[in-house]
Design a protein around this ligand. Structure first.
Ligand code: BTN
Length: 252
């Protein structure tokens, strides 16, 4: 898999998506944001073969072995009010899920921003907002055969799940094709995204622990609300969580 394979796949990206390939970057989210600040238009996709300081939510490190994963960030300039921009994380989750489904896989979405296969994390999404742009960062494990011991219990890759090598450029093109269609649905059309998340949500019906607003909570997930929030039944009643960290199912 070479730069030429990615360039060939990018030739079929729908307008206005286009690809910038970097051999090395700190974080592709930072690279994309830097370009957005100097005027890059909607649809720039910044992909790095080697990410030296990839990050996840809450500043966690994101490890993507060079040549085995996809690590990329998309510049978005939503017309919708900024309060709607966090919805892009759910849009990206549905886009990745649909791309994997087009390959015959059955991914689940672990609200708010993880993709699961076979009960383990295969992809993560990090949306960050600038003054007049948002960056949608996606990390997807593709051809990793073995994870370090610390990750092996919780992480998986397309190769582990399918038993074969996957073409990273093809996977990227499939994600961009779906994101191009879904990206505009953070406003009036958002119910379609909510349905896309709800039907794939791996947490529904499960007891979970999580932290929200600095407080630990536990309860049973009843689904996804109309604004994309997690519906958690606790001893205090039904809670609608817009944001939560460390969401962990208690049952296997
Ligand atoms: C998470 O699971 O917490 C989100 C992980 C997001 C990782 C991707 S890789 C491409 C982009 N650049 C980054 O530094 N992070 C995102």
């Amino acid at each position: 898999m070479s730069r030429a394979d990615f360039a060939a796949a990018a030739a079929d990206f729908p307008e206005p998506f286009r690809l910038l390939i970097l051999a090395t970057a700190g974080s592709t989210n930072d690279e994309a944001a830097a370009r957005a600040r100097t005027g890059a238009a909607e649809g720039l996709v910044v992909l790095a073969e080697r990410q030296l300081a990839g990050r996840g939510r809450r500043g966690a490190a994101w490890h993507s072995p060079p040549g085995e994963a996809l690590a990329f960030s998309i510049v978005v300039r939503p017309a919708e009010p900024k309060s709607f921009w966090p919805r892009l994380a759910l849009v990206a989750g549905v886009a990745v899920a649909e791309a994997l489904e087009s390959m015959g896989l059955r991914p689940g979405i672990k609200w708010p921003n993880d993709l699961w296969l076979g009960g383990k994390k295969v992809a993560g999404i990090l949306v960050e907002a600038g003054a007049d742009f948002a960056i949608v960062g996606i990390g997807l494990n593709i051809n990793t055969a073995d994870f370090p011991e610390a990750l092996a219990e919780i992480a998986t890759s397309l190769r582990i799940e399918t038993g074969r090598e996957c073409d990273r450029a093809e996977v990227l093109a499939a994600i961009i094709a779906r994101f191009a269609v879904l990206r505009g649905r953070i406003g009036e059309d958002f119910p379609e995204i909510v349905t896309g998340v709800a039907t794939r949500c791996v947490l529904t019906g499960r007891r979970v622990t999580l932290t929200t607003g600095g407080r630990a909570k536990s309860g049973t997930v009843e689904g996804i609300g109309s604004g994309g929030e997690l519906l958690l039944r606790t001893d205090d009643g039904l809670e609608r969580l817009i944001q939560a960290d460390d969401v962990r199912p208690l049952d296997p």
